[in-house]
Design a protein around this ligand. Structure first.
Ligand code: SF4
Ligand code: SF4
Length: 443
């Protein structure tokens, strides 16, 4: 018997309490100091807990653990093959906003192309290569809902409806009210809109070209979508400049009736360096410090938790479901359940690579070209094919991170982008525990 390769053990942040989580066996326990001390020493299992710890898979025969791992991986691959595919389509890289952190502002100016022909070819490509697979199309940019795009969006909706396919949109939200009648004719899965804080803060970060404010029109657009029963996913891009605005944004969302609306959900994104250097990178959080700051806001202002309950690795799931999620063999959907197509006919792995020099995987138009070898490499990427991940105890909580971030850092697709699941659990087990004690067996 040996200490499982998949045990994740640490102390709950700010408490005299430890946790032991194993995503392969699906077990989690909160531990008192004496047991934690014994666990920390590694092996053998503490005498009084031997049977329980073996039963929970914290101590295992390595051959048996390998067998369980292979079975879990096969189940994961089986489920992944049936996953719905998100096909991003970009009508342009340009935008009517001048957000101070936008990575796409570093891209080439727009090219004059025959967009109706590109749209037609995109759908022909989808019909041919994604036949029989569950899928939907997401409009992405730049800003997809520019006033001049109305006829293109209408054509895309006609083609989607003819195929009974759903539509999602990632928009800055400024023209939502103008587009609402058209959107009501589509099977809209979700509209992702961004508000970076209460009005003054948002307007200072996400102004219209020329500096005009945008908050009120976006907020009216969200009201309109929700009134029409169209799901809204409200995103906030966080850095040190706007984190303190979260409580007020949460209060605004509540006052407008968004929080608690069945079609309303939220997400936080991190403002981070991906494509080129930010002029003001001192404002950026690293991944962990962003969630530390969110948790601090949530503890001081409970309305923040009403607005958004961060996952904090498996913490929220565990405390809400009293069970662990399945192990995460792969956290990067690129070329598996996600592809990106731009209006010039180029194909990319995902939204993080789309439009980026050297990341093109092939073409769907004007001539279809075979996909490059890199496409196959993206498709292979998971914790079993990234050498560092294959031996990492955190692998089933981490999934290998983001392939684009990893490639940016190392030049290799099959390289790790280390997440911090252990530290996130340290935070999450503290944040969520007081609300509802899970019925974990306290060893
Ligand atoms: S490369 Fe990163 S952004 Fe792109 S799909 Fe993978 S995880 Fe997402
Ligand atoms: S990306 Fe890093 S932390 Fe994540 S599984 Fe791989 S080696 Fe471990």
């Amino acid at each position: 018997m040996e200490y499982s390769k998949h045990n994740i053990f640490s102390q709950v942040r700010g408490r005299e309490q430890w946790f032991l989580v194993n995503l392969l066996s699906g077990e989690a326990d909160l531990l008192e100091r004496d047991v934690a001390d014994a666990v920390a020493s590694g092996s053998p299992p503490p005498a009084a807990y031997t049977d329980a710890f073996i039963e929970k898979g914290y101590w295992v025969e390595s051959a048996e653990e390998r067998r369980r791992y292979d079975a879990a991986y096969a189940a994961f691959k089986g489920a992944a093959a049936k996953e719905e595919i998100q096909l991003f389509f970009l009508l342009n890289y340009s935008c009517n906003f001048t957000c101070d952190y936008c990575y796409q502002s570093g891209y080439d100016p727009e090219r004059a192309v025959d967009r109706p022909a590109a749209i037609d070819s995109f759908f022909k490509f989808v019909d041919k290569h994604f036949r029989g697979l569950r899928k939907y199309v997401t409009l992405f940019g730049g800003e997809p809902l520019l006033p001049g795009n109305h006829e293109y969006v209408a054509e895309i909706i006609r083609k989607l409806n003819a195929r009974a396919l759903g539509l999602a949109i990632v928009t800055n939200g400024y023209t939502l009210l103008d587009y609402l009648p058209l959107l009501k004719t589509a099977a809209v899965r979700e509209v992702q809109v961004t508000l970076d804080g209460p009005p003054a803060l948002h307007n200072s970060r996400r102004p219209l070209g020329g500096g005009l404010p945008t908050f009120d029109r976006i907020a009216d657009g969200i009201d309109g979508l929700l009134a029409a029963g169209i799901p809204v996913n409200l995103r906030t891009v966080l850095d040190r400049d706007n984190i303190a605005g979260l409580p007020e944004l949460a209060r605004i969302a509540k006052a407008r009736g968004w929080t608690g609306h069945p079609k309303f959900k939220t997400q936080f994104g991190r403002n981070y360096e991906l494509h080129y250097c930010q002029g003001n990178s001192g404002r950026l959080f690293d991944r962990l410090s962003m969630w530390e700051a969110v948790v601090e806001q949530a503890k001081q202002h409970p309305e923040v938790l009403e607005y958004h309950r961060p996952a904090l690795s498996i913490s929220r799931y565990l405390f809400e479901n009293n069970a662990l999620p399945s192990g995460l063999f792969d956290s990067c959907p690129a070329t598996k359940s996600e592809w990106a197509f731009d209006y010039t006919g180029r194909i990319y792995s995902c939204t993080a690579t789309v439009g980026k020099e050297g990341e093109e995987l092939g073409r769907y138009w004007p001539q279809e070209t075979p996909l490059s070898e890199a496409a196959a490499e993206w498709a292979r990427r998971d914790v079993t094919t990234i050498p560092q991940c294959a031996t990492c105890a955190l692998q089933l909580a981490c999934g290998g991170g983001c392939g684009a971030v990893a490639k940016n850092r190392t030049g290799a697709i099959l390289s790790p982008d280390c997440r911090t699941p252990r530290e996130l659990m340290e935070l999450g087990f503290d944040l969520y525990q007081p609300e509802r004690e899970p019925e974990l067996s306290h060893a």
